[in-house]
Design a protein around this ligand. Structure first.
Ligand SMILES: *[C@@H]1O[C@H](CO)[C@@H](O)[C@H](O)[C@H]1NC(C)=O
Ligand SMILES: *[C@@H]1O[C@H](CO)[C@@H](O)[C@H](O)[C@H]1NC(C)=O
Ligand SMILES: *[C@@H]1O[C@H](CO)[C@@H](O)[C@H](O)[C@H]1NC(C)=O
Ligand SMILES: *[C@@H]1O[C@H](CO)[C@@H](O)[C@H](O)[C@H]1NC(C)=O
Ligand SMILES: *[C@@H]1O[C@H](CO)[C@@H](O)[C@H](O)[C@H]1NC(C)=O
Length: 505
């Protein structure tokens, strides 16, 4: 079907197409009186570069893409002004570190062991029990075809695309981090009910296993019997609304742009030619093997770049300089892609179904939290385990195009908050009679975080929102209006169906 074809093309073109931001972004972060917990002070550098005194170094950018789990990470999830109540959390993750999808002909594959062992580094305090829990996966409910996907990576020589132990540890850490962030807000009770937790994943073993590792770190009590693992057949998580001819057209146009930019890069052409010569391959064959994918794996795992034996006895190897040239071209491509804007149009249409579904969930949760309602909402926590080709368009659709390309185990988090009840009085006058429910929905707010950094006020739906002392967060209604109407302005339309089925001349 159209979508899987698109997804496939995307995987080919985008997996490592662009890894990082290139341009500076002005930060406006006015302090708020109640902002003690808000992320106003720190953590600006990684997601959005503030200063740009020098060109980004492609090698150090690549290391940040690896996301090696060897340092403590700051996370601004769960921070709010005092007395705000956390209503729900919706998370989209990229799978963790994986083995390459391609290998470079004539070279040895990177020697990585994809079985799990608590005594191998990097490890995690939860790894041992995670392994034994996953062995009982048969007790969970699995939407077909997920039941046949292995619950753990388990090959002593990794298969192509297989999640590594690093990838498992990255998501155990993510889950644990968010568990701690939300603990004081009592998002989920230890006896959480099946309706409160929603897990969905594509059919790849690396996304299934990443989602399980995240949830194992996150849930106060991981209980297979209560868990249903839902399947998303499209990497766009578009469910039954995937059909959208215009989306495919924008993508094709952007891929054409990308191709033309690449062939115009003389330095890149020369580099591929040298690399091909080193390995004794036709340049075409080397390019088709997408060598950057494999080289990144070497870099992330501290392995030397591949070599081949030569006639005179000293091996000939691929070099960091060559790697840096390819990566630099990817950075240039990202800047060009932003400038041209076709990808953003693609992204709006690609991510509407997911955003529309998330918006509807938030609205339901907000409603059931209104004053006077007793029942606690279902759908308190959603986890979507996805790919770079999911997170990249999601960032773009949200207007976060300058954010860093989704690294391994990247996470995008939406939080829904309700402000404390305001005592009646002249402080905040509301509409007349019959406005109760509206007034209620005005007290609900959204935060968006990317890799732990609060990016709410960089997003298209809240960029121009003036933060006030009385309203330091972004109103949910901004988000709802954006998703249901405003974001289609980018494609000169007012709705998904109009944008998708418009005739192109
Ligand atoms: C973490 O690993 C990266 C390489 O993957 C290395 O560059 C960095 O120095 C390490 N950091 C610490 C704190 O060990
Ligand atoms: C991993 O594979 C080995 C050998 O194929 C098997 O004995 C073991 O039970 C597997 N472990 C898990 C957790 O699936
Ligand atoms: C992979 O790791 C497992 C567990 O540590 C070990 O038993 C096995 O021998 C390793 N395989 C290889 C090929 O190194
Ligand atoms: C968007 O969500 C609404 C529910 O809020 C649903 O009725 C509608 O069908 C969705 N639209 C698309 C195109 O998926
Ligand atoms: C936007 O769409 C309207 C009608 O659908 C059309 O008249 C107008 O020319 C379009 N504008 C652009 C810039 O394409």
């Amino acid at each position: 079907m159209a979508c899987s074809v698109v997804a496939h093309i995307l995987v080919f073109f985008l997996i490592f197409v662009n890894l990082t931001p290139a341009a500076p972004m002005v930060e406006k972060r006015p302090a708020t009186s109640s902002g003690e917990g808000l992320s106003l002070g720190k953590s600006r550098k990684r997601v959005f570069p503030v200063t740009q005194t020098q060109e980004p170094d492609p090698i150090s950018e690549a290391y940040s893409y690896c996301n090696t789990p060897n340092r403590t990470e700051q996370a601004w999830e769960g921070h709010s002004p005092a007395d705000y109540k956390l209503l729900s959390v919706h998370v989209m993750i990229r799978h963790g570190d994986r083995y390459p999808l391609y290998y470079i002909p004539k070279t040895k594959r990177p020697p990585i062991n994809c079985t799990l062992s608590a005594s191998r580094k990097p490890s995690h305090p939860l790894l041992k029990t995670f392994i034994s829990h996953m062995a009982q996966g048969g007790r969970g409910h699995w939407e077909s075809p997920l039941a046949s996907v292995p619950r753990l990576p388990n090959h002593s020589a990794c298969e192509m695309g297989e999640l590594t132990q690093t990838g498992v540890v990255q998501h155990l850490r993510n889950g644990k981090l968010l568990q701690q962030a939300y603990k004081q807000h009592r998002l989920l009770p230890s006896d959480w009910s099946p309706r409160q937790v929603w897990l969905e994943t594509t059919g790849k073993s690396r996304t299934v296993q990443s989602g399980l590792a995240f949830l194992y770190g996150f849930l106060p009590d991981f209980d297979w019997k209560k868990l249903t693992v839902h399947h998303q057949w499209s990497t766009l998580f578009c469910g039954s609304s995937c059909d959208c001819p215009a989306r495919n057209k924008y993508l094709e146009e952007d891929q054409r742009r990308q191709y033309l930019l690449r062939v115009a890069d003389a330095n890149l052409e020369r580099t591929y030619a040298t690399m091909a010569q080193t390995l004794g391959l036709p340049p075409r064959q080397l390019r088709a093997a997408n060598p950057i994918d494999s080289l990144l794996c070497h870099l992330c795992h501290g392995l030397p770049f591949p070599c081949v034996p030569s006639g005179d006895g000293s091996p000939r190897c691929l070099t960091r300089e060559q790697f840096a040239v390819i990566r630099q071209q990817q950075l240039d491509d990202e800047a060009d892609r932003r400038r041209v804007g076709l990808y953003r149009k693609y992204a709006i249409l690609a991510m509407f179904p997911y955003l529309n579904r998330t918006a509807a969930k938030m609205e339901r949760v907000a409603k059931s939290s209104e004053v006077g309602r007793q029942r606690r909402a279902d759908e308190v926590f959603t986890l979507s385990s996805a790919h770079d080709v999911t997170l990249a368009p999601l960032l773009s659709a949200l207007g976060l195009e300058r954010a860093q390309f989704p690294r391994f185990a990247a996470r995008i988090v939406f939080e829904l908050w309700r402000s404390p009840p305001v005592p009646p009085g002249p402080v905040r006058r509301r509409g007349g009679k019959g406005e109760r429910s509206k007034a209620n929905s005005r007290d609900v707010f959204i935060r968006v975080l990317y890799n732990g950094e609060d990016v709410t006020f960089h997003s298209a739906f809240c960029r121009s929102h003036e933060r006030r002392v009385s309203q330091p967060l972004c109103p949910l209604t901004n988000f709802l209006t954006f998703v249901r109407r405003d974001m289609f302005r980018v494609v000169n339309a007012t709705s998904y169906s109009e944008a998708c089925y418009r005739r192109f001349d």
